[in-house]
Write a protein that binds this ligand. Sequence first.
Ligand code: OGA
Ligand code: MN
Length: 304
Amino acid sequence: MSTDTASIDKDSVLTCTPIHPHFAARVEGMDFRKPLSDEQKAAVKAAMDKYAVVVFPGQTMDDDEQEAFARQFGEVEETPTLVDQSRRRLPNLKINDISNLGPDGEIWPADDRRRMFNLGNLLWHSDSSFKPTPAYWSMLQAKVIPPVGGETEFVDMRVAWEHLPEELKEEVIDLTAYHSLIYSRSQLGFDEFSPEEAERCKPVPQRLVRLHKESGRLSLYLSAHIGAIEGWSRPEAMALIRHLTEFATQREFVYSHEWSVGDLVIWDNRCTMHRGTRFADKTYPRDLRRVTLMDSAPTLEQPR
Ligand code: OGA
Ligand code: MN
């Protein structure tokens, strides 16, 4: 594959190798345990703005180092663990525990409520789209991976937008969608929310089409968390969302990441969707850690 240093100047501090025809790149040889220089930060940002998903193999950051790495690029979200907040495995509250492990390090029981809840990650989504100010970048580092399965798949929603038929673009460009964790979980039949949890999961409005300002490209903003469109009946809304999601995730648009231990994958939630894929999660441990940055404002307050 060709390499690309075009987005970065001559003495580039990193080299991007594209790993998919439409988006996504790989950058070798970075060690993110130490603070980055301004040039390195700018180069990471340039790579992200162009490729939307960037893989940095060979990382060895512990949780605190991963948090410190993330802070160099923006404001870190509180972990949004909705279900059973008290039974955490990892002490650092900025780390989102993307694993099938309980506090004792054992694979959790098959009927565990957290397991049921986390199965929602198998649906195409954008992180924290259910929060008034949703996510900017997610940074996911692999610690333990299963022998087969458990890939993470990605699509670039700018690519999806650019391939949509013109009539459909016109129809959807000004729509507002409502996002909630309850909508995504109910798609899998998970509906055991306490009144407090339901209160914390009130649907939030987001633009359906966003401007990705750094690249100047428009992007479809879809997520499994969508459950309604302003001014539309729910069946019509959900049929449209399903149509757009199927279009955006057609196979030629998908990059499927097969994990190696030490991979750090960063994705831009403003212009991508992702989903986990199934693996034998009652047999094998899978342990990934995510730090998530917040976007600057609710999407309705951002220019389009
Ligand atoms: C996430 C996520 C999917 C996976 O970390 O935000 O959706 O493959 N992960 O674990
Ligand atoms: Mn996710």
